[in-house]
Design a protein around this ligand. Sequence first.
Ligand code: SAM
Ligand code: SF4
Length: 465
Amino acid sequence: MYKIEADFINEQKVWEILEKCKNPEPRQIRDVLAKAAEMKGLDLEEVAMLTSISDPALLAELFNTANQVKETIYGKRLVLFAPLYISNLCSNECLYCAFRATNKEITRHALSQQQIAREVNVLIKQGHKRVLLVAGESYPKEGFQYVLDSVKTIYSVKSVHGEIRRVNVNVAPLATEEFKQLKDAGIGTYQIFQETYHRETYSKVHLGGKKRDYNWRAWSLHRAMEAGIDDVGIGVLFGLFDYRFEILAMMQHIKELEEKFGVGPHTISVPRLEPATNSDIASHPPFPVSDIDFRKIVAILRLAVPYTGIIMSTRETAKMRRETFALGVSQISAGSRTNPGGYEEETEDDPSGQFSLGDHRSLDEVIRDVASMGYIPSFCTACYRLGRTGADFMDLAKPGDIKLHCAPNALSSFKEYLQNFARPETAEVGDKLIAETIGSMSGIARQRAEKLVKRVEAGRDDVYC
Ligand code: SAM
Ligand code: SF4
């Protein structure tokens, strides 16, 4: 099934729209921004017009509108997670990745279930509640069962410090039956990045293994959703091809999922190519994305699909991460390692990692930093655990409702972190922020927040509404 052409990615149409919208009048751009401020999303032509902005004044208007939308919908919350690399075995030949099959310069490991449990213990002790399981496309002798066992292991680790409450997964595309098994294992989001939607580039950078098949990958989120996985994550590896093309093609993919399944992706990831051991293309991206364009990409995505979370990883530097919070990022990783076993070993930027990190700070340092900027670090997993996923989540994700649920839950999960894991200087910044935030709330949201935070102060963990 789905061996056929992924015709919802229509390259010719993307080029036509980019050509048609390449020189919009400032008035047209302002009309698009005014529409975006209504938080109903944008169509492809409108998105194309925004990609053409280069005038600093219009760029500032774009950033301001994105900030306004982000604050209205998400408030000051930032959800935190850690990637958990369980294996760097891989049979593919993606030129940009250190894990590619022919790269002899890295040491290969697939963690045993005991090793995975030890990694999870380290993450739990740091205060993490959400992990993203990541693996190359080749599994030990158990085959795909290895991934299912690993999800089970992660959920099974319980300690006095808590547990992992949501496991998201980023592994190679699966068959529908396997997606069903992944759903039954209780995963949160399944994410997969097309890397590039441009077919010619795709075939130039994927030289061997199953990943050569563009269509198998492009249809994978259809299979996941058919298998009942409501929350799926999408993404592009920026730097491989023209970012304007990629954004529009990704919008085609999003619209297709919305049409077929009534709901689009839960998250969008925006990885930018980073240096990787023994990869020339990773150090010299064919279409480098400048810092200003990268911020533009985040702002445009925020306006194009306002209710879809945007994930920023530690590929980016602390500075870039800080700048993009205001533009639309709603989830960040922190304290990450990209080599299997990296948390227990405490290795920083191991050459066996998948790529180099831009942000090397610990979870606690990141939390102190974002809290001192006024952002509320959230470890909330309530929606997924209450079955508010897919379209149900999108219904909830309207500004008013978010205020009633997400804001109180973010505060209580942050309080739980401060009480159980934070260094004293972080607790000081955090407690002050919680008090100020509750002080600025009103009505039911404030009552809920006060009640939940008090419960945590009284020693209860994992309280949410
Ligand atoms: N192996 C699976 C796959 O390729 O879909 C899933 C995991 S893969 C390790 C996760 C993602 O890392 C890839 O989809 C790719 O976008 C990203 N990645 C690979 N090499 C990278 C690099 N040099 N810089 C930044 N991101 C990279
Ligand atoms: Fe393997 Fe994924 Fe890296 Fe490609 S990106 S080499 S499939 S781990």
